[in-house]
Design a protein around this ligand. Structure first.
Ligand code: GTR
Length: 325
C-alpha cells in the first residue's frame, strides 16, 4: 500500500481512516501478456476509470509480460495480497476453484454468442462468486476466443493424429484430462516456457487461440494449426480479497463497475486482434487445417465431463449453461 500522506495516529484512528477510505493506494495489476494485448489494455482502461472516479486517489500500476511471474505464481501472490488485481485465464484457477473449470469444458459453448450470453448472465456471476472463499474476488470475464491445437510435427485432422504427441497444457487437471482423452501426452507447463520447449523439441505442440499463438511467436516453431476449437475457457479478472477488504463499500462498487465497463473495451480490441493475428500467422506461412470434423473430437473428449462434472451442483450448472439459447 502506498500511503501518500502520513501522520501518526492510534490504531483506532487508523482503522477509522481505513474504513472511510482515506488511504490512497497504487494497485498492482499483473498480466502474462505484452502491453499491446487486449487483456492488458482493458485493465489499463479500468485503472484510468478508477483514477478519474477516485479523484486521483487510487491508481493502477500494470505489470505486463509476466513481470511478476507466471500465472500460477501470480495467483499465489494475489491470494496473499502482494498483487491486487490479476488477469489470468480460468484454467490455472481450475484446481483451486472447481467451478472455474466449467466454462472451459470441451465443446461446451456452441458459439461466441452462447459464451457471451452465459458469462454475462447470473451463471457467470455465480462462478465469479465461487472465487471468494478461496481469497479472490471475481470481477469480470474477458474474451479468449477458442483454443485449438498446434504442433511442429504434422497436420492434425482427427483425434488419432494426436496419439503419443507431447502437448503442453495450462496447469489444470482438466486440460491434462482433455489431452489424455485423445491419447496425447499432456505436459503441464507455464506459458512463458512454451516457446523454448517447442523449439528444442521438449514438446511437440500446445493449444491456444489466434492472438496467443501469434503474440508468443509459437507459430514460428509449431507451424501446423488445426481449427478444432476444443475449448473457450475465458479470461478472468480477479482482485485479492485482502485488497478488496481494504476498500469502502463505495469504492468496491467503483471497482466492480469499472471492471464491468472494461469488458466492452476488451471485446472490441479482441475482435480486431483475432483478425489481425490470424492474418499475420497465415501470411507467415503457418499450415492451417481450416476444415476439421469436430464430431470425433467431441466424442473422444466426453470422458472429461464424467471426471469433472461430478456433484449435483456442477451438473446443474452445466445443464443450465447448455440450456441458454
Ligand atoms: C492464453 C491466456 C493466458 C494464458 C495462456 C496459456 O490464451 O490469455 O492468460 O493462460 O493462454 O496458455 O497459458
Amino acid at each position: 500500500m502506498t500511503i501518500r500522506f502520513g501522520f501518526s495516529a492510534g490504531a483506532a484512528a487508523v482503522a477509522g481512516l481505513l474504513a472511510s477510505g482515506v488511504w490512497a493506494k497504487e494497485f498492482k495489476a499483473a498480466d502474462t501478456h505484452p502491453i499491446d494485448y487486449p487483456t492488458v489494455q482493458a485493465v489499463i482502461h479500468m485503472g484510468k476509470l478508477i483514477e478519474q472516479r477516485s479523484g486521483g486517489k487510487h491508481t493502477f500500476k500494470m505489470f505486463p509480460s509476466s513481470q511478476l511471474g507466471q500465472e500460477k505464481d501470480t495467483i499465489e501472490q494475489t491470494k496473499f495480497g502482494a498483487i491486487d488485481i490479476n488477469r489470468v485465464n480460468l484454467a490455472p484457477f481450475n484446481n483451486i476453484v472447481p467451478e472455474s473449470a466449467l466454462p472451459g469444458l470441451p465443446f461446451l459453448f456452441r458459439s461466441v454468442e452462447h459464451m457471451h450470453k452465459v458469462m454475462d448472465s447470473a451463471i457467470g456471476e455465480e462462478i465469479l462468486k465461487a472465487f471468494e472463499p478461496h481469497g479472490f474476488v471475481g470481477l469480470a470475464y474477458y474474451d479468449s476466443g477458442a483454443r485449438s491445437f498446434y504442433n511442429s510435427k504434422r497436420p492434425i485432422q482427427s483425434p488419432a493424429d494426436m496419439k503419443g504427441m507431447k502437448i503442453r497444457v495450462q496447469q489444470s487437471d482438466m486440460f491434462v484430462a482433455i489431452m489424455q482423452a485423445l491419447g496425447a501426452n499432456a505436459t503441464p507447463m507455464a506459458f512463458g516456457e512454451v516457446y523454448t520447449a517447442l523449439k528444442t523439441g521438449v514438446i511437440d505442440g500446445a493449444e491456444n487461440n489466434w492472438p496467443s499463438y501469434e503474440s508468443t511467436r509459437h507459430f514460428e516453431v509449431a507451424k501446423h494449426y488445426t481449427l478444432n476449437e476444443h475449448s473457450m475457457s475465458p479470461e478472468v479478472l480477479v482482485m485479492s480479497k485482502r485488497s478488496w477488504d481494504g476498500l469502502t463499500a463505495d469504492e468496491r462498487k467503483m471497482f466492480h463497475d469499472a471492471a464491468k465497463e472494461s469488458v466492452a473495451v476488451m471485446r472490441k480490441l479482441w475482435f480486431e486482434r483475432e483478425k489481425k493475428s490470424e492474418a499475420m500467422v497465415r501470411q507467415a506461412g503457418s499450415m492451417i487445417v481450416d476444415k476439421v470434423d469436430k464430431r470425433p473430437f467431441i466424442d473422444a473428449m466426453k470422458p472429461v465431463y464424467d471426471r469433472f462434472v461430478t456433484d449435483a451442483k456442477m451438473k446443474t450448472l452445466v445443464a443450465r449453461i447448455q440450456a441458454v439459447q
